[in-house]
Design a protein around this ligand. Sequence first.
Ligand code: OGA
Ligand code: MN
Length: 282
Amino acid sequence: MKSTICLNTHSLTPSIGEEVTDIDLSKPISRDASDCLRALLGSRGMIFFRNQDLTPEQQISFASNFGEILVNPYFASVPGHPAVAQVLKEPDQKQNIGERWHTDNSYDVAPALGSVLYAKEVPPTGGDTLFANMYAAYDSLSEGLKRTLVNLRAVHSTRHIFSKDGYHGSRDTDGRIRTTETNHREADHPVVITHPISGNKALFVNPGLTTHIAGWTVEESHSLLRVLYEHAQRPEFQCRLRWQAGTIALWDNRCTWHKALNDYSGYRRLMHRVQIQGVQLH
Ligand code: OGA
Ligand code: MN
């Protein structure tokens, strides 16, 4: 589908993902172009650009069109560039980063608006990223379940991920992920948020970082969350981005989930990530 706005774009799937062509992100972009990109991001959830060549400073400057830059304390950064996280897997490493469906930084009181992820080195095949549309996931729930979710909040945490005995606590991720026993973050958000820009409702719980429904036990929460997660993982809500070196993707973290496939054992994959600060969600 060809969009009618000022940039040349192609939809990756009906539900989510839009390629933007004919734009060089290493150069400052016009006010009109950044307005268009912001609108596209809100409606398509994830936008991507091929064949880009950016320095870390240029990547930061592109990300700054969308908000303040956020520095994530749990990721190793590109040497000399604390604001550029290194999302890396070496050929002999087993664990990748972001393999479970998740929403970045939902453990923060004001979760990230999104990320600019830039592929520097990719395997010959494999290492794709899946994205899922959480507006569509919410919209297609029954009216009854929607009513049940209205007043619920969910708790999100780093503890089960970035602790020494957590998901990313293994020796395999040493030097890539900074695990900690002290610097933990936890926040609660409505299970259904109103997107701060589009005004549309989106499901805002995720398998990676949500621990339980506020005021419920973990066991009680599990049953409801499992139903929501199974529903939200319907392939109709997803797209799959095949990276090439030089591909840049930008996603809106409030209305999408993403998942990094770990199917490229024996190859190196290196991405540079710049995160953009978001706001508190209601
Ligand atoms: C991330 C992430 C996915 C990938 O950078 O937040 O989850 O495919 N990365 O590397
Ligand atoms: Mn992520």
